[in-house]
Design a binder for this molecule. Structure first.
Ligand SMILES: [Zn+2]
Length: 81
């Protein structure tokens, strides 16, 4: 759970998938690796990390698996993959 230790997210409201949802309208998709969300500005955002150099997305903070550069925190409502 290294995401929870990320300083950049320390003020955010976390949601770990599997918890009961408040409004009951959120639909959980068939997503296995994206279990972490953050509530921000009334939106539910998925937590991911992005390396601009390599265009590689990961779901845990740390260095890029390719260029070893620090990845940037990237919160999105959904991913265009
Ligand atoms: Zn990289």
């Amino acid at each position: 759970m290294s995401v929870l230790a990320d300083d950049r997210l320390k003020d955010a409201d976390f949601e770990v998938r599997g918890q009961a949802l408040v409004n009951g309208t959120f639909q959980v998709g068939p997503i296995h690796t994206r279990a972490m969300f953050v509530h921000k500005g009334g939106k539910i955002l998925m937590i991911s990390y992005w390396c601009e150099v390599c265009s590689i997305r990961t779901y845990t903070p740390g260095k890029c698996m390719c260029c070893q550069d620090e990845t940037a925190l990237d919160l999105k409502e959904k991913f265009d993959e």
